[in-house]
Design a protein around this ligand. Structure first.
Ligand SMILES: NC(=O)C1=CN([C@@H]2O[C@H](COP(=O)(O)OP(=O)(O)OC[C@H]3O[C@@H](n4cnc5c(N)ncnc54)[C@H](OP(=O)(O)O)[C@@H]3O)[C@@H](O)[C@H]2O)C=CC1
Ligand SMILES: O=C(CO)COP(=O)(O)O
Length: 331
């Protein structure tokens, strides 16, 4: 039996724990909330995220003890939002992951302040070879996994035929298709950037812009993402694949999108703080836009959408003013 340590207590950790445990893996699940762990132990349900999902208590072992959760696992899956993951990882000893089959990040964000990809941080901190790292990507909302709607995941890793293939095998089921891919960095950066685009689309929607504008925003976003990836991680890649374009589309258009919802509130006049409080979930794009903007100070890629989102969220430019400027730059 494969043993997996799942880190994170939110929607995506809950959905992935459902998929993995229903496929017969043992999941040692680290959550930060003692109350949530107690509730899971008592009832088999995560009380605050996808609470309808019932877990098999012979396969799923919730705990607040991080070292315990990780100790015996073959695989580590990271599903703590990027803004909070570094302090969690830093509690583990530098050799704690040395014998794992792989560390797979399900996080779509960057380490704030350091502005590095989560897998780059893990590789450096735990001195792991790149071939032991992977990302879980693709257009997939936790809410639809809970409802067992057909979904597609891509596992990116330099070790396509080993790590990526093996992890796909752990995920595939009646309603989840999983495919391996080699472009770890490109997939991870794209997953970060699509959140910024969806957030900006949400701002536009909140201001009253319609579907015509959103379609143009998304088309321009593909070009912006292409330019950025070409500058930061140049290699041939097909951006129309679902790990890139599919993820951008689901986030930009879905009712479940946290980033779009957050942007929509900002467009309607909520402050960042009140939008965050009201959502009760994490919009990674808010943090990502700062990292990408700062990274781009050196790269100097033309990124009008990211610049607009940064100006609204961090320079306190009125959304209506910033969108007026952005609209002139789109084609
Ligand atoms: N939801 C989805 O459909 C998908 C999410 N992802 C990615 O998964 C990652 C996790 O997101 P998701 O599961 O959606 O998160 P949610 O928005 O569902 O939940 C938020 C999580 O963040 C934790 N959290 C909030 N504030 C803090 C803090 N200050 N310190 C530490 N932890 C905190 C919460 O813990 P608590 O409840 O204890 O407050 C909770 O576990 C993100 O990178 C996201 O982009 C990727 C694909 C799909
Ligand atoms: O990445 C995700 C789905 O693929 C989740 O992010 P959003 O909730 O913002 O769409």
């Amino acid at each position: 039996m494969e043993k997996i340590a799942m880190l994170g207590g939110g929607s995506w950790a809950t959905a992935l724990t459902k998929i993995l445990s229903e496929n017969g893996a043992r999941v040692d699940w680290w959550l930060r909330s003692k109350d949530d762990v107690q509730h899971l132990l008592r009832t088999g349900h995560n009380p605050r995220y996808l609470s309808a999902v019932q877990f098999d208590r012979n396969l799923v072992y919730p705990t607040t003890d991080l070292t315990d959760a990780v100790a015996e696992a073959d695989w580590l899956v990271l599903a703590v939002p990027a803004a909070f993951v570094q302090p969690v990882l830093d509690k583990l000893g530098r050799d704690a992951l040395r014998h794992k089959s792989g560390v797979v990040s399900a996080i779509k964000g960057m380490i704030p302040g350091k502005n590095v990809l989560v897998t780059d941080y893990v590789q450096e901190r735990f001195r792991l070879p790149a071939a032991r790292l992977g990302v879980i990507a693709g257009p997939c909302h936790a809410e639809e996994v809970a409802l067992e709607k057909q979904s597609y995941l891509t596992i990116g890793s330099p070790d396509v035929s080993g790590l990526a293939n093996s992890f796909c095998h752990l995920l595939r089921n009646r309603y989840v298709s999983a495919h391996p891919a080699a472009d770890l960095d490109g997939i991870e950066y794209c997953a970060v950037m699509k959140n910024i685009i969806a957030l900006t689309g949400g701002i536009a929607h909140g201001l009253g812009y319609g579907d015509n504008f959103l379609a143009v925003l998304v088309s321009n976003a593909v070009q912006e993402i292409r330019r950025f990836l070409q500058a930061i991680s140049p290699q041939p890649r097909d951006l129309s694949a679902s790990a890139y374009l599919g993820d951008l589309l689901v986030t930009a258009y879905s009712q479940f999108s946290r980033n779009r919802t957050f942007g929509n509130m900002v467009g309607r006049g909520y402050s960042v703080k009140s939008a965050q409080l009201e959502m009760n979930m994490i919009a990674e794009g808010y943090y990502a836009v700062k990292s990408i903007h700062e990274l781009n100070r050196q790269l100097k890629v033309n990124m009008p959408i990211t610049t607009a989102a940064y100006n609204v969220l961090y320079e306190r430019i009125a959304p209506a003013v910033e969108l007026e400027i952005l609209k002139e730059k789109l084609r």
